[in-house]
Design a protein around this ligand. Structure first.
Ligand code: 1HE
Length: 266
């Protein structure tokens, strides 16, 4: 069982089931789940704790019709922040999103409606993104007289490439549907509920040994930050640990004695 004790949240709701799947739910739908400073702190707390609390996989989803409207523009306007205040706020966003990307627990984002600005930065920190028929993606920072501050220059550029990201920011271009999937903003697109599909994917991922998932959901990202030479070295070290883990012994034996499922296209 996942231990959620002591994790205090106002703007996020947490639900865990007996399989170790935790739903992290953005819960400010009246504000279109805009990310205020408090929510960012809660994301840090939650994603710092979950890897050590027995979470096998996370589904990140939202209440209401929109996944996330990005930076809380009203709070930002009212706070009248100085450059250094906003820089420090951005560092907290990075803290939260790095905990997600490098935390070692698979995070599947179930998207709906607007996934814009900082909302796309949040979604791009998950390991898998599932869109529904209403989902759309944009980086309206340029139109608001702003710039990305939550890692889009790294993660969104990784997903769609530099040229597309620059176009999105310059022109306010919105991606949705098949085009959004084709450019890499989501890996799955469903007609029905993105939450159902995300839960199905989370359950599948949760059947892998946790150490394998830890490597998949932290080592690949770390290795992208390294030189090829160092990444190859780090990969061999990680594989040395993961590929000799006791949890893989039964699986290898099942393959060897022909009782394990084969890889098939269906
Ligand atoms: C908000 C925010 C917000 C809604 N901050 N309060 N992000 C954006 O530029 C997107 C801004 N939001 C929108 O374009 C629209 O709100 C939506 C397309 C997401 C939804 O539209 P709609 O018609 O359903 O809702 P609404 O009437 O616009 O807003 C409903 C309420 O949510 C309203 O509050 P109310 O108290 O007047 O009812 C809005 O003020 C509130 N709301 N979005 C604060 N973003 C680290 S740097 C990252 C930089 C960025 O993320 S820039 C991109 C910002």
């Amino acid at each position: 069982m996942v231990d959620l004790s002591g994790i205090e949240t106002q703007n996020l709701r947490l639900e865990a089931d007996e399989d170790g799947i935790v739903q992290v739910i953005l819960a400010r739908p009246a504000k279109r789940n805009a990310l205020n400073a408090q929510t960012v702190e809660e994301l840090i707390d939650v994603f710092s704790a979950l890897p050590r609390r027995g979470a096998r996989a996370v589904v990140l989803r939202a209440e209401g019709d929109h996944f996330c409207a990005g930076l809380d523009l009203v709070e930002h306007h009212q706070e009248d922040r100085r450059p250094e205040d906003f820089m420090h706020l951005c560092l907290r966003w990075h803290e939260a999103f790095n905990k997600m990307e490098y935390g070692g627990v698979p995070i599947i984002a179930a998207l709906t409606g607007a996934v814009v600005g900082g909302g796309l930065e949040l979604a791009s920190s998950a390991h898998v993104r599932v869109a529904d028929a209403t989902t759309y993606f944009a980086l309206p920072e340029g139109q608001r007289g702003l710039f990305t501050g939550g890692g889009a220059t790294i993660r969104v550029a990784d997903l769609v490439g530099k040229a597309r990201m620059i176009d999105m920011m310059l022109t306010g271009r919105v991606y949705k549907g098949a085009e959004a999937e084709a450019v890499g903003l989501c890996q799955y697109r469903v007609e029905g509920s993105s939450v159902n599909k995300a839960m199905e994917l989370a359950r599948a991922a949760a059947t892998n040994p946790p150490l394998s998932n830890f490597a998949i959901c932290s080592a690949i990202s770390h290795m992208q930050n390294m030189s090829a030479l160092d990444a190859a070295y780090a990969e061999s070290v990680v594989a040395g640990i993961v590929n000799t883990q006791p949890a893989s012994r039964d699986r290898l034996e099942a393959f060897a004695n022909k009782t394990a499922a084969r890889v098939r296209p269906e």
